[in-house]
Design a protein around this ligand. Structure first.
Ligand SMILES: NC(=O)c1ccc[n+]([C@@H]2O[C@H](COP(=O)([O-])OP(=O)(O)OC[C@H]3O[C@@H](n4cnc5c(N)ncnc54)[C@H](OP(=O)(O)O)[C@@H]3O)[C@@H](O)[C@H]2O)c1
Length: 310
């Protein structure tokens, strides 16, 4: 065979390979974002769902969506008044049972015995490890206000809560060989995000923990999903008005919950999946890190300028 024939067949082979990959990616996207749910997340998995950070934003949206599907909800957050309020709304709107546990995940020595006794005797099908905090504004590590306290809080709230809540809930799920654990990480856990370095690192922990846990227990009836949103319009992100790429928490959760059973690691929302693909597969990671640094420098400068004026 002549050399030119070799190149011809190599070219045809490569084009066929990329063609098959493109069709496969398209069909997978169609199944994921258009056809929807792999697993019916609802009371069939267990009567109760436990949601941390359940009174606002993404946590509240998960609590409402799971109640809409007929699950009874345990809501955990700090403020008893907000908990009472959201629990009442959920009971009245969806006609399900609710239970509230007031706990500050920033105080790990005080809360887990209380949470354990609050959960005793409940058939828990779904755990949503949602609670999380970020910095007030993007900042260089050593200049973060109240640095020592902030480091402790970020680790206790974003990391310790995920491990400890899983420790409390997983044994009951294993007894019934059924359970779903949804861990809310962040797109900033996909690669380092400068000026949010500690936050980004805590979210990478959540992603690794989830994927490792999934591999350990997937043959025992347990689904663990790592959820990695880009911006969602909540108090934490300080985004008030939802847009196509920064959805409301309700729109985000409606989409993310349909990926359970189809993806163990998900950006949860079609526009976010596209951003995830661009920033991790299309660009070299170093470019994504530099873009994130540039963007956060801008956010930091605007925040500092605004706070000087006030
Ligand atoms: N919004 C985004 O753009 C975005 C993007 C990626 C990932 N995420 C992740 O999504 C999760 C939810 O974020 P969100 O934007 O929905 O936040 P959010 O709107 O600020 O809501 C946070 C919830 O957590 C509770 N909470 C805060 N600190 C707590 C503590 N120390 N102990 C117990 N409860 C506490 C709050 O209620 P109380 O104040 O009453 O306690 C509230 O219910 C977080 O893990 C976050 O990292 C968010």
């Amino acid at each position: 065979m002549a050399c030119s024939d070799c190149f011809f067949y190599l070219g045809v082979g490569a084009a066929a390979w990329w063609g098959v990959r493109a069709v496969w990616a398209l069909l997978s996207a169609l199944r994921l974002w258009v056809l929807g749910s792999g697993v019916r997340v609802g009371p069939g998995i267990g009567k109760w769902a436990v949601v941390t950070g359940a009174t606002d934003g993404i946590g509240k949206a998960y609590a409402e969506e799971l109640a809409r599907r007929g699950m009874s909800i345990v809501l955990i957050s700090r403020s008893p008044e907000k908990l009472e309020d959201v629990a009442k709304q959920i009971r009245e709107k969806f006609n399900v049972e609710t239970k509230i546990i007031a706990a500050d995940f920033g105080k790990p020595d005080l809360i887990y015995d209380k949470i354990q006794s609050g959960l005793t005797g409940l058939e828990i099908g779904v755990l949503v490890n949602n609670v999380g905090i970020a910095y007030e504004f993007p900042e260089y590590f050593l200049d973060i206000p109240d640095l020592d306290n902030t480091i402790n809080k970020l680790i206790d709230i974003n990391i310790v809560s995920v491990c400890k809540m899983t420790r409390l809930v997983l044994p009951g799920m294993l007894e019934r060989s059924k359970g779903i654990i949804l861990n809310i990480s962040s797109a900033s856990g996909m690669y380092p995000v400068p000026l949010l370095t500690v936050y980004s690192a805590t979210k990478a922990f959540v992603d690794f923990f989830s994927r490792g846990l999934y591999a350990e227990y997937k043959n025992k009836g347990i689904i663990v999903q790592s959820v990695l949103p880009f911006y969602v319009a909540t108090k934490l992100s300080k985004i008030r008005k939802p847009t196509w790429d920064k959805p409301s928490p309700e729109a985000y959760v409606k989409s993310a919950i349909n990926t359970v059973g189809l993806q163990t690691q998900t950006n949860g929302y079609m526009a976010h999946a596209l951003l995830g693909w661009v920033t991790t597969s299309l660009f070299p990671i170093s470019t994504s890190i530099n873009l994130a640094l540039k963007m956060n420098k801008g956010v930091r400068a605007r925040f500092l300028k605004k706070s000087k004026k006030n």
